[in-house]
Structures are given as C-alpha cells and as structure tokens.
Write a protein that binds this ligand. Sequence first.
Ligand SMILES: Nc1ncnc2c1ncn2[C@@H]1O[C@H](COP(=O)(O)OP(=O)(O)OP(=O)(O)O)[C@@H](O)[C@H]1O
Length: 657
Amino acid sequence: MSKQSLSPEQKAIVDQWLQSGEPMLVEASAGSGKTRVLTESVRQIIEGSPKSRSKILCLTFTNKAATEMQERLKDLSKVIKDRVFIGTTHAFALDIIKSRRHELGMDEMPTIIDKESDKKEIVSEVILSNPFLSRHYLNPTSEKITKHKTAAQYQADLLNKCISFISSKKQKLVSLDSDADSPPGRNWTPGKISLYKDYNDLLRNQNLIDYDDIILLAWKILNERPAVANLYSRIYEYVLVDEAQDLSFAQYEFIKALCGDKIRKVMMVGDANQAIHGYAGASSKFMTEVFVEDFNLKESQKVKIQYNYRSSDAVIELANELAGIHQNTVKSYYKGKVEFQVFDDEAAEANWIVKKVNDLIGREEEAYDGKLTLDKIAILGRNRFVFSTLIEKLKEDLALKDKFFLKKGTGILDPQSTTMKIFDLGIRVLSNQKAYLYFNQLIDVLDIPKEIEPTLSKDIQDLKRVLSESNLDYLPQEVFDCLIECWQSIDKDINKFPNVLDRVLKASQVVEEDYERDLIFNDVEEWKEAWGDYVRSVAANAKSVSDFRRFLAMGVTKTQSEHGLTLATVHTVKGLEFHVVFLIGMGQGTFPDYRAIRKGAIEEERNNAYVAVTRAKRELYVSYPMAKSVPWGVQRQPKSEFFRNKEFHQPIQVQPE
Ligand SMILES: Nc1ncnc2c1ncn2[C@@H]1O[C@H](COP(=O)(O)OP(=O)(O)OP(=O)(O)O)[C@@H](O)[C@H]1O
C-alpha cells in the first residue's frame, strides 16, 4: 500500500505531533483512522529525514495488528527494515532480553513456555516438592473436598489458583530474586512466598521463562540498568503505540521505563470503547489517565478525531448509542442499513442468513464499492459455539458449501498427530537441554518404561535411543528412523527445515492409520507456513533451532485459506472491516456472555459488541434465536440487554431450497 491521504483533522494531528516533538494522546472511535494517523506519521518521519539514523518504535497489541501496520507501509519496506520496529510489545521486550540477557546473569537465551499445561506441570512439581504446600495439596480437609466436590477437583482448582497468583504478581512486576527481596503489598503468606520463589527457581534451572516474564525481565533490565535504558532512548527517537486501550500495567511501565525522561516524541492512539482484554490485566486508564499524568500532557496534547471514515450513518448511529457516545456525528456519505431479526431457533436463524447471503451476493452498488462478493461479508458471533448450526446449513447450501471459513486467531503451533508431537518435543529438547520438562513429555508420548528413564540423557545420540525404547506400536520403524535423521539434520543446519518437513511427509505414507496420516499432513502444512514467516522475520545469519522455537512461542497465524465468506468471533476481527456484517446469537446470556459477572465484565462485553458493530461499513443485520441448544437440552433466551430498546422482527420462516 502506498501513501494514504489524510483528512484535514488527521493531518493537523500528525503536524502538531511532529512539529511540537511532545507526547500526544489520540483518542477516537472505531473507523476514525487512528491506525492511518499512526502509519502516516511514520511515513512522514522517514520521508522528512531520509538520512537520519534515529529509529522509530511502533508497538501494538497483536501480531495481526502489527502485520496490518507493516502492510500499510509496505512501499517503504526497505527503509522500515533498518529504521522501524513494528511489532507487539512482547516481541520488542524479547528483543531486549536477547541482546541484554547477560545483565540478568543469563548465559543462554531461555525457552518460552508456550502451553498452559506445561505451566501446570511445573507448578505441580513446585507444590509437591515443598513440604508445606504439598501437605495442603495432598491432604485437603473434608470441608475443602465438600466445597470443591472431589479431592481431584480441589487439586485442579488449587493449581489454577497458584498459576493465577504467580501471573498476577508478575504482571505487577514483582520479582523476588534475592532473599533480601521482601514482597511488596500485603497478603504474602510464607506459602505464597515459597510458591513464587520456587516456581521462578525451577524455571531458571531449566532455562525457561513464561510469557509474563518477557515484559517483567525486559522492564527489569531497563529499570535496574540506567545505562542500558539510556542507550535505547538514544536509539529510538519516536515511540508510537497503537490500540493503547489494551495496555496492561506491566506493558505500560515497560514503555515508560524505555522512554525515561529522554523520549518525548510519544504518540498513544486508542479507543476506550474497544478495550476487550481486561481479563488479561489490560485497562484503558493507562492511556487515558496514567500516561497523561506521567508525561504531563496538556489539554492541547489530547486530541480526538470526530469523523468516521469506515461506516454508514445507520451503523455509526447504532455504535454511538451502544457506547454512549453523544458527539454530533458528522454525516457520512452513505445512509446504510441496520436491521434486527428474531427467530424461533438457531436453525431458523441460520436458514435466513444463508438465504440472505445468497440474495446479496453479486449485487452491484456504489456502497459496495462495486460488486458485493463473499469476502466483503462477515458473520460475527461472541463465541465459536454460535456458529455450529450455521456451519451445518452452509455446508448444505449448493452455492456456499465450500466458500466460507471460520477465522482462526493467532495461536501456538500445537501438533495434533503423534508423529509431529514427537518431532516437536525432540526439537524442544535439542533447543534447550536443561529443560527436563520436555524430555519427560517425550518419554511419556513414546510410552517408555519408567525404569529406563534415568539411564537416558538429552543429546541427539540419546534421542536415538529414546525412540528405540518406544512402546508405541502404531508408528512404524521407518517413521522413527526418519525423525532421527530429521533431528540430526536440523541440529547441524536449521536451513534444512523445509526439506525435513518433506521427509516427514514422505515417511508418513507408511503409517497405516488414515487418521494419523491426515493429521500429519495438516501439521506439516502449519509448520511450513510458520517456517516461511520465520524466515521472513529474521536475519539470514541469526537463525537457530532455539530462536525458531521462540518465534513459534510468540504465536503464529494458523494456516487456512481465507477466501470467501468470513465467520469469526469478535476477538479475531479487531481492526478489520466488511461491507456487510451479520451479528448473530445476540441473546442475553450469549452476548453478553452469562459468565460476565466480575467488576467491569459487562462493560467489556459491551465493548465487544461495539467492536462487532463497528466492523460494518454499510449494512448490519443483528439477530438471535429465542431457543438455543445447550448440552443439557434447549434453553430459551431473551434479546441481548445491549439492544433492549430495539424492536426485533420475526421474518417469514425460510426453508432451505
Ligand atoms: N482520511 C481518510 N480518507 C479516506 N478513508 C480513510 C481516511 N482515514 C481512514 N480511512 C479509512 O477508514 C477505515 C478505518 O481506518 P483505520 O483502520 O485507520 O481506523 P481505526 O480508527 O484504526 O479503526 P479501528 O479503531 O476500528 O481499528 C479504513 O478503511 C481506512 O482506509
């Protein structure tokens, strides 16, 4: 994408920021062009000082948002590579750890724990090895068992509680590294102190870190080593933060430590009504209050954009009503359409949508920017379950059956076939031989007798022996031989990775179970895609097995063909837009979710609904079924409280053709 025009109000913001050299907060609603303001600011900095060596830091919340920014600045990609970091706050923090880890006494770069189940394994090891904690864990009182229904449920709940406790403390940037460290705040019982310290010690001994550590450790480096912080603030002259409403305390403090009192050219861009990550500790107050106070922003440095460049009048009106925005909306060029429908059940809702989509496609209007094609239409819901019946109906429709997809978010690569699980664990062992967590998992997957375990070590030769001791009988020897060759090959030269994947695929032909063969095929496709992304993101001479594993842990976009009609949950469409949006399953209990009971949860649900509504450029169809199926039968539901005062119409029931 090349240079994008800015409206006078957007241009005034960019000019003010660049000319003043002072921090700025741009708060504006969905579709007002916030991201455009940010990317065009980057463009102007580069074009205004082509020879300068000062760098620009562009931080955002998700990999997808970072890719969107890179896409918008694609024409400058050569310069961007040298001068601009565009990525998530976690990715930037990890870069700091990579180059400055010795400040923390780390000789080797750690592996990132990317699965919740791995964390659980470590926490349960911590509990069991601590006499005080294990006593409570293994011998719950009868009241505790009654409260949690069974002893096993009590243990599972306790494990989750411990994990949340550790994570909440890390998100508050608490580190208890030395014995002298006394925990800040109250409620630190001796048990909690041991849990926190022992967990961190166990990670350190295995050269592991968790996601919370990424920000915590990078913040520690900047906070405890002023010389390093100074260095970064000399390198980066500009800091721009998109989706700033999603910052957490730790992320905000990390950015603040980076800026210190040197970097003043900071721009935070966000929309408090789109804050939907509160469950992960995010809050828009870091942008609207804390940033304003810490950086001494005057009123003139807090700006808004009034116009909405994305949506029609009808959509904007509903969005404003939903979010309680009372601004005088400037009329957009398109009147647009919003309709509300109610149906007897999910099947009736799905039949109607399938028919409506068929009626709409192919229409040619200015509002659709030409012909309305399937990729300009999205069907959105609060969770994946609302799509079950619709997917069945779409599969039965001749015109749409293979022209839709359920959008996946970013996630970690989690192989589903046993073969690729073994392959993955072998890579994990090779990339971090201190992490017995992965070695033990390999032993488990391969069903190796426990008595052999102590005789095994973790280098490539022993991985060979590990496979030879396997009791898995449904994988033929050829597959094991191939895995050994693959590990050896990657261990010598990581660039062989794509050839290795082809070899696994070839060897999988001898696997008898169709199911395993299909899973291997899908897994290999995902790994190939991830390898391609890795190669594009890393310098040619910086590739290594452990670096690749860290890249995977930071999240990859799962392979899928994204052509045709989009079905998606709200969290996966942030920042995206479609000419026509169907917002389905808008019943009370589904959207808002019935579990939204914690403080602020309903407001966050409302923000989710706001994000969904504002994805629509021209037309929006909101619907819900009066009866929905749940695992224990059929449940009746009223309309969502978010559209309480809207009249929902019951269209004539359509039968599939
Ligand atoms: N000055 C402009 N002229 C024409 N179109 C614009 C202008 N600014 C933004 N747009 C368009 O409006 C739409 C929304 O822009 P953008 O994604 O930057 O908004 P946003 O405020 O970041 O939205 P969201 O908060 O929903 O992520 C995009 O299609 C963009 O190309």
